[in-house]
Design a protein around this ligand. Structure first.
Ligand SMILES: Nc1nc2c(ncn2[C@@H]2O[C@H](COP(=O)(O)OP(=O)(O)OP(=O)(O)O)[C@@H](O)[C@H]2O)c(=O)[nH]1
Ligand SMILES: [Mg+2]
Length: 138
C-alpha cells in the first residue's frame, strides 16, 4: 500500500495530476483510491473516495463566519485539524482495499509559512500526522 501526496504551489497541477494518475493506475489494473484534502475546490475532475468537504467547505464557511478567502482557508485548516482523527480514520479504511491512495492537497501553503510560530501550529501538526501515515504500513 502506497500513499502518493500531490503537493505544490497553488495552480501547479496537483488536481490534474491526481486525475491523470488515477486513470493511469486504474487502467494498469491497480486498486486506487483518491482523497481530496482541499476544502476550497469547487470542481473536481475525478470522483474522490473521500472528500474533506464533507467536514468543511470553504465557500460555505466564508459565508457562515463572514471571512475572506485567506482567513477562510486558515479557519478551514483549523477545522480540518480539529477533525484530523476522523479524516485519518476514513483514509485508513480506504487503505484496506487499495494498493495506492492518491492525496490531492490544497495549494496555499504560503498562508501558513507567513504566520507566527504559534499560529503555524495547526498546519504543522497536520503535516506531522500526514508524515506519520506516509511512513506507517497500514
Ligand atoms: N499546460 C499545462 N497545464 C496544466 C498542467 N497541469 C495542469 N494544468 C492546468 O493548470 C490549471 C491548474 O491545474 P490544477 O490541477 O487545478 O492545479 P492545482 O495545483 O490543483 O490548483 P490548486 O488546487 O488551486 O492549488 C488548470 O487549468 C489545468 O488544466 C500541465 O501539465 N500543463
Ligand atoms: Mg487542486
Amino acid at each position: 500500500m502506497s500513499f502518493v501526496f500531490l503537493i505544490g504551489p497553488a495552480g501547479s497541477g496537483k488536481t490534474t495530476m491526481t486525475k491523470t494518475l488515477l486513470e493511469y493506475l486504474r487502467e494498469s489494473g491497480e486498486k486506487v483510491s483518491a482523497v481530496n484534502l482541499d476544502p476550497g475546490v469547487v470542481y473536481l475532475p475525478y470522483r474522490p473516495d473521500y472528500d474533506v468537504r464533507e467536514i468543511v467547505e470553504l465557500r460555505e464557511l466564508m459565508l457562515r463566519e463572514k471571512l475572506g478567502p485567506n482567513g477562510g482557508l486558515l479557519r478551514a485548516h483549523e477545522i480540518m485539524l480539529a477533525n484530523i482523527d476522523k479524516i485519518v480514520k476514513r483514509i485508513r479504511e480506504l487503505a484496506l482495499t487499495s494498493s495506492f491512495i492518491l492525496i490531492d492537497t490544497p495549494g496555499q501553503l504560503e498562508l501558513f509559512a507567513l504566520k507566527e510560530l504559534g499560529e503555524l501550529r495547526p498546519s504543522t501538526e497536520m503535516r506531522t500526522h500526514i508524515e506519520i501515515y506516509k511512513h506507517r504500513k497500514i
